[in-house]
Design a binder for this molecule. Structure first.
Ligand code: SAM
Length: 235
């Protein structure tokens, strides 16, 4: 379970009402039983349930089970899509080890408002499920030109595009130095505009990658690119 409190031997921590309900009413756990906790900073710890009731639980932190680990350095920049598919993309990207999730508003982006707390809830739920100990960072929505201007120079931006002379994503990613920081960029349902293509083409450290001959939905493209990256990165 993810909690925000610091984790240290002998600490006493409380759970959110949702987590308390999950332990008490779904898993039917009683005092004396053990669970594992992580907070995204201090690694994974065992904790014993000392008290539990309707909407509350008190746990005594025991021993550290795993040191804090960082995910591989891959970021996902994507044009926001509709809610259910956005939830799916964020959860699967978290499972695939993404380090940063950055909504990027492009000229053809339909969905402009992205609820940060909804993205956080998806990230926490997926991190608990896949037992990763670090939480992906979530950026506030940013326009494409600003996202490119702010993009760190030492990162390679791999723009997934279904047009032009994009090379297969496996070839693009495999030519990058092992462990090199990578950002994968996925466009909106309507694709990038010609101006945006020019903006990308004139930027340093941008590669264009193809994901096969078919036009993929944005969430499919994001997951396909992340899967290829993770398979090659081996993390
Ligand atoms: N531009 C397409 C159109 O006009 O129908 C649709 C864009 S597609 C639904 C959404 C995004 O997924 C694209 O902007 C691109 O980033 C990515 N994508 C989809 N299919 C792809 C492919 N075969 N290769 C690389 N990227 C792809």
């Amino acid at each position: 379970l993810y909690i925000e409190s610091d984790l240290a031997d002998g600490a006493v921590v409380g759970l959110s009402p949702d987590h308390a309900h999950f332990l008490r009413s779904v898993l039917r756990l009683e005092p004396g039983r053990w669970v594992t906790l992580f907070n995204g900073r201090d690694g994974e710890w065992s904790a014993r349930i000392d008290g539990i009731g309707k909407g509350w639980a008190s746990l005594a932190v025991g021993t550290r089970l795993r040191e804090q680990s960082a995910s591989p350095d891959v970021w996902l920049y994507f044009a926001p899509i509709k809610r259910a598919r956005l939830d799916f993309l964020v959860q699967k990207a978290t499972e695939l080890g993404v380090g940063r999730i950055q909504p990027v508003v492009t000229q053809r982006t339909i969905v402009e408002r992205v609820k940060g707390e909804r993205l956080s809830a998806n990230v926490i739920e997926a991190s608990e499920q896949c037992e990763r100990l670090d939480l992906p960072e979530i950026g506030d929505p940013m326009r494409l030109d600003k996202a490119l201007a702010d993009h760190p120079a030492d990162r390679t931006l791999v723009a997934c595009v279904e047009f032009g002379d994009a090379r297969p994503v496996v070839e693009v990613v495999s030519t990058l130095p092992a462990g090199a920081p990578v950002t994968l960029l996925i466009g909106p349902e309507g694709g990038f505009t010609p101006e945006e293509r020019t903006l990308l083409e004139t930027r340093e450290n941008v590669r264009f990658a193809g994901l096969g001959p078919r036009i993929l939905r944005a969430e499919t493209a994001g997951l396909a690119a992340l899967t290829v990256w993770q398979a090659l990165a081996g993390d």
